[in-house]
Design a binder for this molecule. Structure first.
Ligand code: FEO
Length: 183
């Protein structure tokens, strides 16, 4: 009796996404290590925490594939890209990476829709919402860095940003959760 509830196509696509999330985790990890060496320990801390979040996304994918009775294939993770030139490009790359991940998430949503696999479609909605939050967070960080400027010398704005990011929440508020009383 076949108990696998995922199609071959979706199994492959979900496995690819699982590796993509692991790759994202490696990117944040390597950018964090780079930021720490530049003397931005608050930004590094933020990036390290986000790396863990991406790893959680990877685990979510893995668990889902297994729960649907399919095979989760843990494979090689591509190397992260080279270090950014400065804090500004660091957050530009972070934003670009999140947009790229959103596209991959949307593809999975479409695939599950086309297959009428509503379980996977429903599962993927969590990632759609998560990507809105992640893009919002990346955008707001990019704005803050742009205002502060990326030159480190005597830059108090960058110093404050680094200090703030030490404890900044990893999640941005989603537009869906906003009310008139709680904008
Ligand atoms: Fe798992 Fe930043 O997307």
């Amino acid at each position: 009796m076949i108990t696998n509830r995922l199609s071959k196509t979706l199994t492959t696509a979900l496995n690819l996404q699982m590796t993509k999330e692991a790759h994202a985790s490696q990117i944040y990890l390597s950018y964090g290590a780079w930021a720490e060496r530049q003397g931005f320990s608050g930004i590094a801390n933020f990036l390290f925490r986000h790396s863990q979040e991406e790893r959680n996304h990877m685990m979510k994918m893995l668990e889902y594939i297994l729960k649907r009775g399919a095979e989760a294939v843990v494979t090689v993770i591509p190397a992260p890209p080279k270090n950014p030139e400065n804090i500004n490009t660091c957050f530009e790359k972070v934003f670009e990476h999140e947009v790229d991940n959103t596209k991959a998430v949307y593809k999975l949503v479409k695939m599950s829709f086309d297959e009428e696999d509503w379980a996977t479609w429903n599962f993927m909605q969590w990632f759609v919402k998560e990507q809105i939050e992640e893009e919002t967070l990346a955008m707001s960080l990019l704005d803050k860095v742009k205002i502060a400027g990326s030159k480190k010398e005597n830059n108090t704005a960058l110093y404050s940003l680094d200090r703030d990011l030490e404890k900044t929440p990893d999640e941005a508020k989603s537009a869906q959760d906003v009310t008139v009383d709680n904008p």
